[in-house]
Design a protein around this ligand. Structure first.
Ligand code: SAH
Length: 347
């Protein structure tokens, strides 16, 4: 699909024509990755962060947040919950926390790989290449790092570099691929200053990078961040400003399915946060094939507040909302995937 076509879909408002987009994305999803919805257990192991991202509630400058770091026993207890719930993958995520020593995390990866049948996905931010290599060697299968926006000026405004830092997040993705990780990335939708053209270029970059996983979600302002307050460094892009809505998020999910037919695409927590239970079902019927129920203990989950009001997508393997995710999946006539659910490669 060409840039102009993507752009015109992003600007499309007519529900009848949009239905064609949803149907095409759903059809491509069925033909390429099938009807199985893969569940990944999400574990948020630390909210300590060295970064000053202007959008994120975990930024180092947010002094009002209580910080936590899970220990090995806590992590392994949640990992065994993922096994008991029948998930094929655990996603170990944290803010960018150098208190997470690379050797320590390598030990945990090794334990998960040797003591369970789970695939391990890491999402630890922009760690140095030697850490990424060590974790890969320890058995980590996948790595998630959203590039957030492909627009270099917007990127620098929302994601200040650390002193001496040269690489854009999108430049780290080929390194991950070279190390043999299944590589995931994505963007936020509706960040002030993001215009339609830049979002269309983000979608083309998903294809150019041949990503194995693509996660997108609406931007949700956090009151303890510059972008959640009046001192936002970003000006909205006027009539070209992308809105942070459910329908815009679904358009990006659907277009991503069309340009990256084989990718694993989650219906994300941020989408669920702006539209509750319905958001996940809409995502899954408009191109997505993955859900990431949160297995983080509730006391920590509350503190992993990248944005306010984060939905708690629980499942019967976890805690509260008994069998919520399974129910949504059967309501839309799909089945829960078995096995690790890695990237498929077409003929
Ligand atoms: N340290 C990891 C994980 C960060 S949290 C990393 O840097 O990759 C995971 C994702 O949450 C981020 O990549 C970002 O896209 C999203 N996020 C952060 N703040 C957000 C906000 N205010 N609204 C919506 N999504 C947000």
């Amino acid at each position: 699909m060409r840039y102009e076509k993507i752009l015109s879909w992003l600007r499309e408002d007519d529900p009848v024509r949009l239905k064609r987009l949803w149907d095409r994305a759903d059809e491509v999803r069925r033909e390429t990755v099938g009807d199985a919805v893969h569940l990944r257990g999400l574990l948020e192991i630390s909210n300590h962060c060295c970064r000053m991202c202007t959008y994120c509630g975990l930024r180092a400058g947010n002094l009002t947040l209580d910080r936590y770091r899970m220990d090995e026993n806590e992590i392994m207890a949640c990992v065994f919950q993922a096994v008991a719930a029948g998930y094929g993958t655990v996603v170990v995520q944290a803010a960018e926390d150098y208190g997470i020593e690379s050797r320590w995390l390598a030990g945990i990866v090794r334990r998960i790989r040797s003591e369970t049948p789970l695939a391990v996905t890491l999402s630890m931010g922009e760690r140095p290449g030697k850490d990424l290599a060590r974790w890969r060697k320890a058995g980590a299968d996948r790595y998630l790092l959203r590039f957030e926006t492909s627009d270099p000026a917007l990127y620098r405004r929302i994601h200040p570099a650390k002193p001496g830092e040269a690489l854009h997040r999108k430049d780290i993705l080929p390194i991950l691929k070279q190390l043999g990780y299944e590589t995931g990335s994505g963007v936020m939708i509706g960040v002030p200053g993001q215009d339609y053209g830049s979002l269309a270029r983000d979608i083309l970059l998903f294809r150019h990078l041949d990503l194995d996983m693509v996660g997108v979600g609406p931007f949700i302002p956090h009151p303890a961040t510059p972008m959640g307050q009046d001192r936002s460094p970003m000006k909205p892009a006027g009539k070209n400003q992308v809105p942070a809505t459910e329908v815009m998020t679904c358009k990006v999910i659907a277009l991503t399915r069309l340009v990256c037919p084989e990718a694993n695409i989650p219906a994300t927590t941020a989408l669920a946060t702006i539209s509750a239970a319905d958001g996940i079902k809409k995502g899954l019927t408009r191109g997505a094939n993955v859900v990431m129920p949160n297995l983080t203990p509730p006391t920590y989950q509350r503190l992993y507040a990248v944005y306010p009001g984060k939905a708690c997508i629980s499942d019967n393997g976890a805690h509260t909302e008994a069998d919520g995710v399974h129910r949504w999946i059967s309501e839309i006539g799909r089945s829960v995937g078995s096995g690790q659910g890695g990237r498929r490669h077409g003929p």
